[in-house]
Each structure stands twice: as structure tokens, then as C-alpha cells.
Design a protein around this ligand. Structure first.
Ligand code: NI
Ligand code: MN
Length: 228
């Protein structure tokens, strides 16, 4: 079964693998570039990088409606358990869990994490997802960090979702360096052009990746990519 990824704008991504649908950072309702509404998505699993509103906004509604398993850091899953989300997997950095779809490891990210109501959202992370014979890295919101090189040594990464927006995360120049450290075959730029302060030229970023021998896929919201 091919693994297919869908981009819904900002850092809102779905991975479809066999019978499983993995939703990362569901941000539909207030996302000005989202291609669909939160009530149209039907995940089996939700993986959340951190608590910020532009990632977590629709977690509670989607988890409650679908009964999807929510995985994130322990502070985040505890927060949602108190709000009535039933199926949660609380993790922390460096830990991996075997799910029905494959394996997901919660990786470090250099960023912050708090809920819209001010509640502490644990330490932010990213995900290394192994499913359907593919390895996909979702960096979450992060600065460039040197241990991306270690991730590239530990995993043979087929596709990396990397933020390029700048201001709140790394920008395009640092994301190019990240792609090299990770040794990823391909990269989809995320967390950009949602609002004017993080507007970036994703086509130029893809061209710069190509010059380094890395495939760039500047998906627009609603577009998908099948991993061959
Ligand atoms: Ni954030
Ligand atoms: Mn963000």
C-alpha cells in the first residue's frame, strides 16, 4: 500500500498508510489557507507536536468526534484527558511507541509550548514516523539544531516536513541546512505563508533544495504526494 501525504496549509498534514490515517497538528478552523474544514477529516491517530494554537486548535473536536488516538507529550495528553479525550498516549523526548500504523518517536524541537489558555504545554517536539516501509520526519516548530545530523544517522528519511516561515521557526536558509543534516531524500516546506509575517517563496526553496540534490515539494493546501 503506498503512503500518501496531504498538506492542508500551515503545519497541518495527514499521512495515509494502508487502513490508517495519521493527522499531524490539526489547524483548520482559524487557518486562513486551509483547504477544508475540521469536520471533514477522519483520522485514526492524531500526533501533536506542541500546544500552540496554530497546531492544536482542532485537536479536541476531532479527537472527540472520531475517537482517534491522540499522542503527544505527557503534559499535553494530560490536558486533553481532563477535557474528556479518552484515548491518549503520553510520551516524551526520545521515546518511541509502536502503533497500529507503525512506529512514532517523539523527537526534540527548539521552541516553546503553551496552550491558548496559558496552560503549560510541556516541551515541544517533532515526530519520526515509520509506516508502510517509509520514514517521515515532521519537525514541528523548531530552530535548526545540530542533532538533526544524528536523526539522519539513525533513520533513513524518505520525506521531511520542515518549517521555513522564519520569525517563529527556522527560515529557508536554516531549513536548507536542516535538510542536509537530516540527509532526507525529499522535503515539504511547512509553517509558511499562512500570514504575512511568515510569507516565504516555497518554489525558490524547492529550487535551492534541488541544487543540493534533494527533492523539494512545495505543496499548496489541498495537494498531496504519494511516496513511491
Ligand atoms: Ni509553535
Ligand atoms: Mn506554530
Amino acid at each position: 500500500m503506498p503512503v500518501k501525504v496531504f498538506y492542508h496549509g500551515h503545519s497541518n498534514v495527514e499521512i495515509h498508510s494502508g487502513n490508517y490515517r495519521i493527522q499531524l497538528d490539526p489547524f483548520y478552523t482559524s487557518n486562513p489557507i486551509a483547504d477544508m474544514k475540521a469536520d471533514a477529516v477522519n483520522p485514526t491517530h492524531i500526533l501533536l507536536s506542541h500546544a500552540h494554537f496554530d497546531h492544536a486548535e482542532d485537536v479536541e473536536a476531532v479527537a472527540k468526534r472520531t475517537g482517534a488516538i491522540l499522542a503527544s507529550n505527557y503534559e499535553i495528553t494530560t490536558y486533553y484527558e481532563k477535557r474528556g479525550v479518552k484515548k491518549t498516549v503520553g510520551m516524551n523526548h526520545g521515546g518511541g511507541v509502536n502503533f497500529d500504523f507503525g512506529r512514532a518517536t517523539y523527537t526534540v524541537a527548539f521552541h516553546t509550548s503553551s496552550f491558548a489558555d496559558g496552560t503549560y504545554g510541556g516541551a515541544p517536539g517533532g515526530w519520526m514516523i515509520e509506516t508502510g516501509g517509509k520514514t517521515i520526519y515532521f519537525a514541528g516548530d523548531t530552530a535548526l539544531f545540530g542533532d538533526m545530523k544524528l536523526l539522519g544517522e539513525l533513520w533513513a528519511i524518505d520525506l521531511a516536513f520542515l518549517p521555513i516561515g522564519d520569525m517563529f521557526t527556522m527560515g529557508p536558509a536554516h531549513a536548507l541546512k536542516a535538510a542536509q543534516l537530516l540527509r532526507s531524500k525529499a522535503v515539504v516546506p511547512i509553517h509558511h505563508s499562512t500570514w504575512p509575517p511568515i510569507k516565504q517563496d516555497a518554489a525558490k526553496f524547492a529550487a535551492d533544495l534541488a541544487a543540493l540534490g534533494i527533492q523539494g515539494h512545495p505543496l499548496t493546501p489541498g495537494q498531496s504526494l504519494t511516496l513511491a
